[in-house]
Structures are given as structure tokens and as C-alpha cells.
Design a protein around this ligand. Sequence first.
Ligand code: ST9
Ligand code: ZN
Ligand code: ZN
Length: 364
Amino acid sequence: MSQTVTQTETAAAGVERMKPVVDQWLAADLEESKRIEELSSQKPFRHRDNIVWRNVALFAALHTIAAIGLYQLVAVAQWRTFAWCVMLWVIGGIGITAGPHRLWAHKSYKARTPLKTLLVTMNLVSFQNSIIEWVRDHHAHHKWSDTDADPHNIKRGFFFAHMGWLLSRKHPMVKQMGKKLDLSDLLADPILVFQDRFYLPLTVLACFMVPSFVPVYFWRESGWVAFCTAVAFRYTFTLHATWFINSAAHTFGYRPYDINIAPTESVVTTLTAFGEGGHNYHHTFPQDYRTSEMPGVFNLTKSFIDFFAKLGWAYDLRTVGPESVQRQMDRQYDQLVKQHSGKAAKQQQQMMAEANAGNGRQVA
Ligand code: ST9
Ligand code: ZN
Ligand code: ZN
């Protein structure tokens, strides 16, 4: 069963940022964000003074071994090991996108217990903190986007949003505001609580041990090659594919759905992150299970959810109606005309026309 959410709209507030008029799950909390910015300006926090050297050393070691793994993948490893790395990237990646992201953080569809169990298991392959922790940080990212309460605030720079935020203590505002988040549904889910409780041993098994063991046992790959390729390189690659959504997809690309926010439409990151790069769309319509509507770009996570919807394991898939999307895009154009001279507005109109045509919508 799928559900179309047509009432999702934002109202133009002059040339200021747009304000959601209908309550949407995980919509940006603009008033609170403004307050956070005011408070932050009074009490500066320097991430550079709060570096966690243990994490710097661990990530440096991981990247060094990953570089050896990349060389081995090209020059030494068996083709089966290469295929195994791709498989792990897909399993672990979907374990993030369809799991903590689209299901638990955004509630953009519902899943029955077998699918939840599958996703929790797949999620362990990519070692990105427990689902409860991941979702908590992601709630903060959407609600207070691009402020100090956003764990990977892009205003602190590309590197900070990419991986710097994992190398330093969190801004006090992240913890202070994060306490206000209602995580009761996650804490009431026994599968998530189990994963959180035994997270470290489970993820060491799924992300490190099984991936190194399989190539050695089944096709006699060398243990060192298996570790460097299927663990270090594949894990590092998956991390960067994810982190680029926070950095590149908050910097480069166009903004047809909301011109006032940092997130962009980023085709390259959508390919490496299984349909997650339509980030301007996603921050504008966070409850849509597709997370983007990029024409002609394969959204593997959407196909995965659709497949399980056919099996009956996923249901209540939420999308945003095309007329709501269209109205939102038209407002961007009007706003752009007010803000800029003809050329920029024309360029934006062209991009919107392309997006509309690709999605079979009437161009206004
Ligand atoms: C990783 C995660 O990589 C990546 C997430 C990316 C998200 C991307 C989203 C984009 C869209 C989706 C696209 C998916 C694409 C996938 C494609 C795949 C191909 N609220 O943490 P501590 C509290 S993980 C409320 O120690 P420090 C906390 O509860 C990589 N409270 O903070 C605790 O309280 P208490 C592997 C919060 O000391 C206290 O604060 N993992 C919040 O500042 C202290 O918590 C790592 O590398 C909050 N939001 O340290 C681990 N946050 O004391 C790295 C915290 O009461 N992490 N609190 O228990 C760390 O080492 C540390 O967390 C730290 C900060 C150093 C970063
Ligand atoms: Zn999201
Ligand atoms: Zn984002």
C-alpha cells in the first residue's frame, strides 16, 4: 500500500527562508534554528581545540590500510574478492539507506519484523554507530540543519561536515538540543535496543570478521588481501559515500526545490549512495520514501523498498504528490526573480524545466 502526501507545502515568507505550514515529520525547525544561531554567536566553540586524537589515529590507520586494499583490488586480488567487496558495499549501504535513514529516521514507510531484522543485520556490515545513535544525530541534522545543533553543520566547512565531526568533540549545542529529541519509539523497539546494547561485538563480527573470513575460506584468498580489500577499503569507501552526502550534497549542485537551504541535487553522490543524492528534494520533502525524484538516475534503495512492498514486508510507503512538488518549485522561481536579476532566474527556470520534464510534470 502506498500513501501520497499531497498537503506538504511550504509558504513563501517574502524573500526569507520558507516556513513549513503543515507539520511534516522531521521538517526543519526554523524558529529554533534561528535561536540556536543567536546563542552560538554569543559563545564561540572551536572544534580544533577539541580534537579527539584517538579517532584521528584510528581513521589514519584505516585509510592507510584502505590504500593498500585499493592497490590489491586492482593488482592482486581475485575477481571473486572484488565481487565480494561490491556485494558488501551494497548490503551495508542499503543497511543504512533503507534502514536507519528512510525507515527509522524518516518513518517514510513501515516494515514488518522480518524486514526490520534483515535491515538491522545489514546495517551492522557498515559500522556507522548503532541505529539509535545514527537516527538521533540525523534527527538533529534535519531539524536544526546548518546550525551548531546539527552534528555535521556544513557552515563549519566541507571537511568538518564530511568527517571532521567524527574527529572532534561534538558542539555542546548538539548535546543540549539533542536531549529534546523524542526517541521513545526507537527505545521501545526491542530489535533496535538489542542492536544498540551489543553493538560493538556485533558490528566487529559483521563489518570485520565475516568479510575477511569468507574470501579466505571459500576461494582461498590470502588473509591479508581479504582484510585490506573487503574490510579496510570497502568500509572506507562506504564511509566516504555516506559522508559525501553531508559534504558534497550540501555544497555542489542545484537547488530546485528550496533555494534557501544548503542541500543540493547531486547526481554523483546519488550513484555511490544508492539514491540518496537528491538532497535538496530530501530536505524539502523529508517524509518521501524515495528521498529524491531524479529522472533517469537509478535509486536502488527505492527499488529495494518497492520489492519488499510487493512481498508485503514493507507497507505505507509515503510519497509527495506531484502537484505539491510543482507548487513548491514554482515558488522557488518567483523568489529567485525577486532576489536576482534575469540571468540567474533563467538558469534556475531551465533546471526546473528539465527536472519537471524528466518527471512527466507540466511546466508552469
Ligand atoms: C559514521 C556515521 O560514519 C555517518 C553518519 C552520516 C549521516 C549521513 C546522513 C546523510 C543521509 C543518508 C545517506 C546515507 C548514504 C549511505 C550510502 C552508503 C553507500 N543528541 O558521542 P559522544 C550525548 S560513524 C543528544 O561521546 P563527544 C551522548 O548521548 C563511523 N545527545 O560525544 C553522550 O551522553 P551520555 C564510525 C547526544 O564526547 C554524550 O553526548 N564511528 C548527541 O563529543 C557524549 O557523546 C565512529 O567513528 C545528540 N545528537 O564525542 C565513532 N550526540 O554521556 C565516532 C551526543 O549521557 N564517534 N550526545 O551517554 C565518536 O568517537 C564520538 O561520538 C565523537 C564525539 C568523538 C565524534
Ligand atoms: Zn534524511
Ligand atoms: Zn543533509
